[in-house]
Design a protein around this ligand. Structure first.
Ligand SMILES: N[C@@H](CCC(=O)N[C@@H](CS)C(=O)NCC(=O)O)C(=O)O
Length: 223
């Protein structure tokens, strides 16, 4: 197999890129990364020229394996799990439940995503007042995480014990809670602390902090 190339956005701003990047690294799958700085002409309309050149949807991430292109973060994570099955829990029913929460993240939490744009390195001093739908997303998130930790966490520190794709899907939500100074219950704080302590996550975070690019509309939020 040719070495896969993962095309991603800026590490500071692209939460969808972080997810498969973590999954590929956690799975020990060799790949090259290619960063396309987001922002500027066509951004927000899936019309960035450099992105369209590598991804049929005009969005990153996109994984190239030879001539094949896999877009959508969850599909790339699933491909990673085919190479490295321990990225999902071993038990089929538990695995289906892990897929359910990964899908819930991929297809949902719209208000949270709308109001808490990913900005890994930023820290607000004070939590903004969230609208009702965002508060509801946060309540669902905290209930979901706490329930998974109690039911499946066992000795491990992650949602299903060891790291899984479910954690890759939620890792950028942890950074959002940190960025926007969200007052989270203890269980959510401990879970995010485990994500932040993960060495692979730290590599992403350090690269995000070192990036030279800024996206003004994201930085302008809550100023
Ligand atoms: N459903 C897609 C979402 C991908 C997505 O929205 N990516 C953003 C960056 S985080 C993007 O490429 N935006 C470019 C644009 O808005 O023009 C996935 O899961 O991969």
């Amino acid at each position: 197999m040719p070495t896969p190339v993962l095309h991603i956005g800026n590490k500071n701003y692209s939460s969808w890129s972080m997810r498969p990047w973590l999954a590929l690294k956690w799975g020990g799958i060799p790949f090259q990364e290619h960063i396309i700085p987001l922002g500027g002409e066509g951004y927000g309309r899936s019309e960035i020229k450099e992105v369209r050149a590598v991804s049929p949807s005009g969005r990153v991430p996109a994984l190239h394996i030879g001539d094949a292109v896999i877009h959508e973060s969850i599909a790339i994570c699933e491909w990673a799990a085919e190479q490295s099955p321990n990225l999902w829990p071993a038990d089929p029913i538990v695995r289906a439940q892990a897929r359910a929460v990964a899908a819930e993240m991929h297809a949902g939490f719209f208000a949270l995503r709308r109001d808490m744009s990913c900005n890994v390195r930023r820290r607000l001093a004070r939590e903004p007042d969230w609208p009702e739908d965002t508060r509801k997303d946060l309540e669902r998130l905290f209930e979901l995480w706490a329930g998974l930790r109690v039911r499946f966490g066992g000795e491990g520190q992650f949602l299903f014990g060891p790291r899984s794709i479910a954690d890759a899907m939620f890792a950028p939500v942890c950074t959002r809670l940190r960025t926007y100074a969200v007052k989270a219950p203890q269980a959510a704080q401990s879970y995010c602390a485990a994500v932040f302590a993960d060495p692979v996550f730290k590599d992403w975070e350090q690269a995000a902090e070192a990036e030279p690019w800024t996206i003004e509309q994201t930085e302008a939020l809550y100023r």
